[in-house]
Design a protein around this ligand. Structure first.
Ligand SMILES: C[S@@+](CC[C@H](N)C(=O)[O-])C[C@H]1O[C@@H](n2cnc3c(N)ncnc32)[C@H](O)[C@@H]1O
Length: 283
């Protein structure tokens, strides 16, 4: 079936009842708000899923997942479809400047020698690899420091890309040329216009699927730095409160939390104090 035919076939849209069921399920599973104003967006995103499953209409798709126990099989794909994964290397660069100028020297002064850094809504990995580039450069003047990066996300599709560490050439533009030279390699096939992250950096980053809605984050030891950027905007206040509280539980006292520049945590009850714009320290 051609894309045009498939589109025609599925153009009946999601019924109000099914939209309601879907949005409730998405909210409960991922914390992502899906108000009626997002109906067209949701339809657009689910069309690809309908084509992949061979199910003809949104109503049949909803019957499959809600009536015939398809949720167990479909939840992962549904989440891949509904998450927004926009990201960049060196996005909101002031955070990385803050990390080098303040967070890392402070943590070292506090006696930390092994740093665990967590990119908790990692998308395709640009944030984690940016942190790795910054850390590799920082390590040059601080030889006795060790670090590892944990990168987690709800979407399995983005994690696949992140693990591979291969990106379109255009994505690498925000990376300073000197860093690019050191940490970014031409991809194997030059025709494809792709670059790949140096294996040394890739070896520093561990990727895992983690839902920020989980009651407990099974990540092992506490971290010294947590990035939770540009995901809180999809959550309502009570969800933000729970997620940030759990992130704080996994942050050492004196550890640093970075949230997105457009995200505010005012009014939330959290064991942190603000140390810079959108940067907090665990107390
Ligand atoms: C817009 S991206 C932000 C990526 C990166 N932090 C940045 O600032 O460039 C938001 C990411 O949050 C992830 N996400 C959404 N809900 C989530 C949840 N409940 N648990 C974990 N990750 C989630 C999405 O899959 C998406 O990759």
């Amino acid at each position: 079936m051609s894309v045009a035919e498939a589109r025609q076939y599925t153009d009946t849209g999601i019924s109000p009842k099914n939209f309601d069921r879907l949005s409730r399920y998405i909210y409960e599973y991922s914390g992502i708000k899906m108000p009626p104003s997002k109906r067209t967006m949701l339809e657009g995103r689910l069309r690809r899923r309908l084509r992949a499953t061979g199910i003809g209409t949104f109503d049949d798709y909803c019957d499959y997942i809600f009536k015939y126990d398809g949720l167990e099989r479909e939840a992962v794909h549904l989440m891949d479809a509904v998450t927004t994964n926009k990201t960049d290397f060196f996005r909101e660069p002031k955070h990385f400047e803050h990390m080098v100028d303040h967070a890392l020297p402070t943590l070292i002064a506090d006696g930390h020698r092994r740093l665990r850094i967590w990119s908790s809504a990692a998308s395709i990995g640009a944030e984690a690899y940016t942190i790795a580039m910054v850390m590799e450069d920082f390590l040059k003047g601080n030889g006795n420091l060790e670090y590892s990066i944990l990168a987690t996300d709800l979407s399995t599709e983005v994690l696949k890309i992140a693990r591979r560490g291969v990106y379109p050439q255009s994505m690498i533009t925000p990376v300073d040329p000197a860093l690019r030279k050191r940490y970014v390699l031409e991809a194997k096939d030059p025709e494809r216009g792709e670059v790949r992250i140096h294996p040394r950096l890739r070896a520093r980053v561990g990727f895992a699927r983690l839902n920020l809605m989980d009651e407990k984050y099974e990540i092992g030891d506490k971290t010294q730095i947590v990035f939770c950027r540009n995901v809180l905007i999809y959550f309502d206040k009570p969800t933000q409160q729970k997620v940030l509280r759990r992130l704080c539980d996994n942050l050492v006292t004196g550890g640093f939390l970075y949230v997105g520049h457009s995200e505010t945590i005012t009014g939330l009850d959290l064991p942190v104090k603000q140390v810079a714009n959108t940067v907090f320290r665990r107390v």
